[in-house]
Design a protein around this ligand. Structure first.
Ligand code: NAD
Length: 496
């Protein structure tokens, strides 16, 4: 059993209080993670303050070289990282590799930082006046990340923040702490000076210390909506730039003309991949017409019953365990609640043999039909392997249903009709839309973000928005009048 440390100023730092880290596939305690207090967070801020000015003044091309080396090291140690992710989170190795690859895309994008930081320049913006604007680093910035993507979500944040000239403090989820420590070691090996990437593990105390620290200029948060809302408010009150990404309830609309075999197979992946513990997981299929619903439920039901479930570190499986006992029980509670509310339980994940035969936190795939909008299983984010089918009569009804939901992270439509698809992407009040693409997570050179209660803040995560988020703009106007020129005092507002 390993006792983890924080990573402060380039060194492991011991902890105060500790929490057990558990392998969800076996329920065994596999480690202990320290939980930082305010003094430990202050220690990390001090190390960041000492390191950041020289890094800010390092040419962006040199900063990018560290990211090039970091990318190669992530690829070299990808298998090891995936085992760390799978052992603490429960997801299958192939899925861990998927999240890591999507995370590495963000490092690749950050390698282009010299180009991304190029400002704008206007020669003779006024008589003899040149104006230029540039992006300057903020100083110290922090990220607070959820359990479900131990590598990818931190990689949405720190490569670009650091490449822009900032020092970054990561507070990863205390349930999955090891991937962050491995990435800290790889950044050191890549040549990043000490103090520019630090890891403080912890819970609410560590998070609040970061939000209240005047030296921390910006906070990126990803997690559940109630916490996102509270962090956004408190951070903004403290004068920080905050982006707080929250929860989700993602709908897929299935139109009668869709290729139903294809829709069913891709929905299986989008609903049950990573045991549904993805903020972009599809948790509701809105079927237009009873014939569409009948056919889709039959196809999804058949495949859902045959998914291969087991410990994520074993090869060739479809789905691993849920992250912890409390979460597995919460998801099982929703299944009970849906049944009691009158939804039709087509596949019951609680009946999967591993639920009783394994000490791990397993639950099989669950499919509900005839779910209605007032049911808790429709309204709430369940964050587990539960797919709800809602039946509607028209496409307009499907759009109105989605637009009325409080979350607006991702959505998709399955159709062969280009006109319908275009109408959908125009009218839908959701931040990320797929047309026959069930998990429309944008690539690293776009940005990621939901609408409504799925994101608090103005800028989305990663991509071009990250360059804006982790920098401040400065506009400089300059003139160099000839020594001989006599200038009259001018009291009216200058104009060209
Ligand atoms: P969570 O909100 O419980 O925890 C997220 C982070 O906040 C963790 O680091 C945790 O230690 C910290 N935290 C928890 N409670 C806190 C409190 N009261 N005060 C301060 N900090 C606190 O979320 P989770 O269970 O780790 O992750 C699952 C949630 O994250 C789901 O709701 C999911 O939809 C969401 N998520 C959203 C996105 C997105 O991009 N929108 C991506 C991934 C996950």
């Amino acid at each position: 059993m390993q006792t983890l440390t924080h990573w402060i100023g380039g060194d492991p730092a011991p902890g105060e209080r500790h929490l057990d880290v558990t392998n969800p596939a076996s329920a065994e305690v596999i480690g202990r993670v320290p939980l930082a207090d305010t003094a430990t967070v202050a220690h990390a801020i001090e190390a960041a303050r000492a390191a950041q000015p020289a890094w800010r003044d390092t040419p962006p091309a040199k900063r990018a070289q560290v990211m090039f080396r970091f990318k190669m090291l992530l690829e070299r140690d990808a298998d090891e990282l995936c085992v760390l992710i799978s052992r603490e989170h429960g997801k299958v190795l192939e899925d861990a590799m998927g999240e890591l690859k999507r995370g590495i895309e963000n490092v690749e994008y950050a390698c282009g930082v010299p180009e991304l930081l190029k400002g704008e320049y206007s020669h003779n913006a006024g008589p003899g006046i040149d104006t230029f604007s540039n992006h300057q680093a903020l100083g110290i910035v922090a990220g607070i990340t959820p359990f479900n993507f131990p590598a990818m979500v931190p990689l949405w944040m720190f490569p670009m923040a650091i490449a822009c000239g900032n020092a970054f403090i990561l507070k990863p989820s205390e349930q999955v702490p090891s991937a962050a420590m491995k990435m800290a070691a790889l950044l050191e090996e890549a040549g990043l000076p000490a103090g520019l990437f630090q890891v403080v593990h912890g819970d609410r105390e560590a998070v609040e210390a970061l939000i209240d620290a005047p030296d921390v200029k910006a906070l990126s948060f990803v997690g559940s909506t109630p916490v996102a809302k509270a962090i956004y408010r408190r951070g903004a009150d403290n004068g920080k730039c905050v982006q707080a990404l929250g929860g989700a309830k993602n709908h897929a609309v299935v139109l009668p003309d869709a290729d139903l075999d294809n829709a069913a197979s891709t929905l299986i992946g989008a609903a049950f991949g990573s045991a549904g513990e993805r903020c972009m997981a599809i948790s509701v299929a809105v079927c237009v017409g009873d014939a569409t619903a009948d056919a889709l439920v039959a196809k999804v039901g058949e495949q859902a019953r045959t998914l291969k479930i087991g410990p994520g570190t074993e090869k060739g499986l479809d789905m691993g365990a849920l992250v912890n006992a409390a979460h597995r029980d919460k998801v099982a509670g929703y299944i009970e609640q849906g049944e009691a509310a009158g939804a039709e339980l087509v596949v019951d994940g609680r009946r999967h043999p591993l639920v009783t035969q394994s000490p791990g936190y397993f639950l099989g795939a669950t499919l509900f039909d005839r779910v209605t909008p007032e049911m808790g299983i429709y309204r709430d984010e369940i964050f587990g392997p539960v797919l709800c089918v809602v039946r509607v009569e028209t496409f307009e009804e499907a759009i109105a249903l989605i637009n009325a939901h409080r979350y607006g992270n991702g959505t998709c439509v399955f159709t062969r009709d280009g006109e319908a698809a275009r109408r959908f992407s125009d009218a839908i009040e959701v931040g990320m839309v797929g047309i026959n693409v069930p998990l429309p997570v944008p690539v690293a050179f776009h940005s990621f973000g939901g609408w409504k209660e799925s994101l608090f803040g103005d800028l989305h995560a990663y991509g071009p928005d990250a360059v804006r988020f982790y920098t401040r703009r400065k506009a400089v106007s300059q003139r160099w009048p000839a020594r001989s020129a006599r200038e009259q005092a001018q009291l009216n507002f200058p104009s060209s």
